[in-house]
Design a protein. Structure first.
Length: 313
């Protein structure tokens, strides 16, 4: 019993039958891990090494398997579309392939597939590797409508960073104004900023706005008295002479060369942070754990603001 060694990488039950393999044969191959079942009648060849793929690459295979079995007006959307567009996101649902049909009702949610019933316009669909997918702008609004503000802003930031224009997002908002979840979507678009360089920075910015301490600038460069850049911080409160960093990573122009030890890297960061403080800046760092307890961040910022004010006299 052998597996057909010819394309496509996604094999249907009929492809297997052409090679003389029955449904029972396919089941045996799956048990032996010589085939992986992506859905009821779609399989992937072992040359793809599905077990070695990361979650997103595995999801790409599952998208292809589901799309190849759908022959109507369904297009890839939501979290699945974000994967195909290469948009980073946080805590998305990749347990199911997300599709949208251009209708107002008749959606369904199954174990490995979620069909959303929402009308779409032809200009909101693009082909990526031959697969019909909602545009990046439409994908952002769909996700922002169906998720919380933090995840909505994160995907909107990523889209802007990849070249999606703010007016494209506004156009989709206009067409979608009567749909559920639009209040959150509008808020996400208003907060979106393509200067954020990671999902963690995007989530941090939402938390800071909710805490009532929005930063005055992002990706702020600190210049010394000689006109040289000492460092660049994720967030800045210039009036309070305070810099904020998500996950404790300050991005310096003089990056640590490869081959340096972890101790050397930490020492170099400490020296640079000391340089920032010598120029009168306070530095506040936080992590994912702190984002789950935002009161910690607020308290740390208030302490930094107070220290800076006392230093200025």
């Amino acid at each position: 019993m052998t597996i057909p060694a010819v394309p496509p990488a996604i094999l249907s039950s009929s492809d297997l039958r052409t090679e003389g393999l029955s449904h029972r044969d396919a089941g045996l191959l799956v048990e032996r891990r010589e085939l992986e079942r992506l859905r009821r009648d779609r399989y992937v060849r072992p040359s793809w090494e599905p077990g070695g793929l990361d979650h997103r690459e595995q999801h790409r295979l599952e998208i292809r398997a589901h799309v190849s079995a759908v022959c109507d007006d369904a297009v890839v959307s939501h979290w699945s579309a974000a994967v195909l567009h290469g948009l980073p996101f946080w805590n998305g649902d990749l347990d199911r392939v997300h599709l949208t049909r251009s209708r107002s009702h008749g959606g369904r949610r199954r174990t490995r597939q979620h069909v959303h019933p929402t009308p779409w316009r032809a200009e909101e669909i693009v082909l990526l590797d031959g697969v019909p997918v909602t545009t990046a702008a439409r994908t952002v609004i769909d996700l922002a409508r169906h998720t919380d503000l933090r995840r909505g802003v994160a995907v909107a930031d990523a889209a802007l960073a990849k070249g999606v224009r703010a007016d494209e997002l506004e156009e989709v908002l206009g067409w979608s104004r009567r749909r559920p979840g639009m209040r959150t979507a509008r808020h996400a678009v208003r907060l979106a900023d393509g200067r954020s360089e990671s999902v963690g920075e995007s989530v941090s910015r939402v938390v800071l706005h909710q805490l009532g301490v929005p930063p005055t600038d992002l990706q702020y460069e600190v210049i010394d008295t000689d006109g040289l850049t000492v460092g660049r911080a994720d967030f800045c409160w210039e009036d309070h002479r305070t810099l904020g960093e998500f996950d404790g990573r300050i991005k310096y122009d003089g990056l640590v060369p490869e081959g340096r030890s972890a101790r050397e890297v930490i020492y170099a960061e400490k020296r640079r942070e000391d340089a920032l403080r010598s120029l009168g800046w306070e530095v506040v760092r936080w992590s994912w754990d702190d984002l789950a307890h935002p009161e910690r961040i607020l308290a740390a910022l208030h302490r930094a603001f107070t220290r800076a004010a006392l230093r200025r006299g």
